[in-house]
Design a protein around this ligand. Structure first.
Ligand SMILES: Cc1ncc(COP(=O)(O)O)c(C=O)c1O
Length: 360
């Protein structure tokens, strides 16, 4: 028996239920275009919502090298300080950088609650929130999606996303209890929604106790940040294991992130919103039922999602099917995302390719 036979057995089990994941190389040729397997494609699935990953100001900002250590050893650089100070001005409270949204969520949700606390999580929260919660010593309870009245009395912390990544909807924060701490992962909202792009909670006049944002989506770079009180920042520096025990964000990435935050303007947000409305309306007119609001535009089609995605690719549109375990069985979907850089003709091309549910 080969040494890796157990791994092959597990891979075979994944394959036997048709859930093998494979990597696909996308060579970018513009903010919303690329080449996949020699074919030109229009990207309809990128999280680069404002097109900033292609913007010269962001690309040319990259300078320097790796940080060479964790923030607490030798890796805290002037660019980290500059970026944190700028975020503090933008969000009005102290900010702490992380190498990724995944590591930010691990640190926050594993650290802030103690044994005996009750930590409540929306059923559709991202895997990084779930994994952080799994590392917490607190009691945990998952409540059905968007049903804040089900949050039990005595909860210490409630975790939600600002713009849910798979359903594209937003919490109504007025319906949430005021006593528990509120942690909002605004990964898909910062840069795009709310005053100066500060997120969905801010758009509703709510200041969460903990806000998690990422640079890898609208800001066109990579990495993440947590905003909250000075005590939260110091707690994460002292007890957040995925902050303490990891190499700091590389200087070029931090510089790109800072340029991305500067480049995220109201004009781009306005264009993003117009494009989202155009695609939503067009799909709706074609007879599709579309979830959520804003720039994440999920079309739930069930098990045929992978076939539909393949047909879109044949028409030059990249929009992979999303399936279990990312979404529940039976709710497989095409998750379209728009960018401020899509033209009206790009959006109309996607609408034309999604002609009618009856032909799928
Ligand atoms: C809601 C949410 N939180 C966190 C993350 C993780 O962010 P990152 O890609 O920076 O690790 C993602 C990534 O897709 C996400 O969708």
């Amino acid at each position: 028996m080969s040494r890796t036979q157990p791994w092959r057995r597990r891979l075979d089990a994944i394959q036997s239920v048709g859930r093998t994941r494979v990597l696909r190389t996308v060579t970018p040729t513009g903010p919303v275009t690329g080449v996949v397997d020699g074919q030109d494609v229009l990207l309809a699935c990128s999280n680069d919502y404002l097109g900033l990953a292609w913007a010269p100001t962001v690309r040319h900002a990259a300078q320097g090298g790796g940080a060479g250590g964790s923030r607490l050893i030798s890796g805290s650089r002037p660019i980290h300080q500059a970026l944190e100070m700028h975020l503090e001005e933008l969000f009005g409270r102290p900010a702490l950088l992380f190498p990724s949204g995944y590591s930010a969520n691990l640190a926050v949700f594993s650290t802030v609650c103690e044994a005996g606390d009750l930590l409540v999580s929306d059923a559709l929260n991202h895997a990084s929130i779930i994994d952080g919660i799994r590392l917490s010593k607190a009691h945990r309870q998952v409540v059905p999606h968007a049903e804040p009245h089900q949050i039990p009395q005595g909860a210490r912390l409630v975790a939600v996303e600002g713009l849910f990544s798979m359903d594209g909807d937003t919490p109504v924060f007025a319906d949430y209890p005021k006593t528990p701490w509120l942690a909002v992962d605004e990964a898909h909202a910062v840069g795009c929604l709310g005053p100066n792009g500060t997120g969905v909670a801010a758009a509703q006049g709510v200041q969460p106790d903990i806000l998690i944002g990422t640079f890898g989506k609208a800001y066109g770079a990579s990495g993440a940040f947590v905003v909250g009180s000075q005590d939260l920042k110091e707690l994460l520096i002292n007890a957040g294991r995925s902050f303490i025990y990891t190499t700091a964000l590389p200087d070029p990435i931090a510089a790109m992130a800072l340029a991305g935050v500067h480049a995220a303007t109201d004009a781009l947000r306005e264009k993003l919103s117009l494009n989202a409305t155009r695609l939503r309306d067009g799909l709706h007119t074609n007879g599709w039922s579309v979830l959520g609001q804003h720039h994440i535009i999920p079309v739930v089609v069930g098990p045929s999602a992978m076939d539909l995605s393949q047909r879109l690719l044949q028409q030059g549109i990249l929009a992979p099917g999303i399936r279990y375990p990312t979404v529940p069985i039976g709710q497989e979907r095409i998750r379209f995302t728009v960018s401020a850089e899509h033209t009206e003709a790009d959006i109309d091309q996607i609408i034309a390719a999604m002609d009618s549910p009856n032909s799928s």
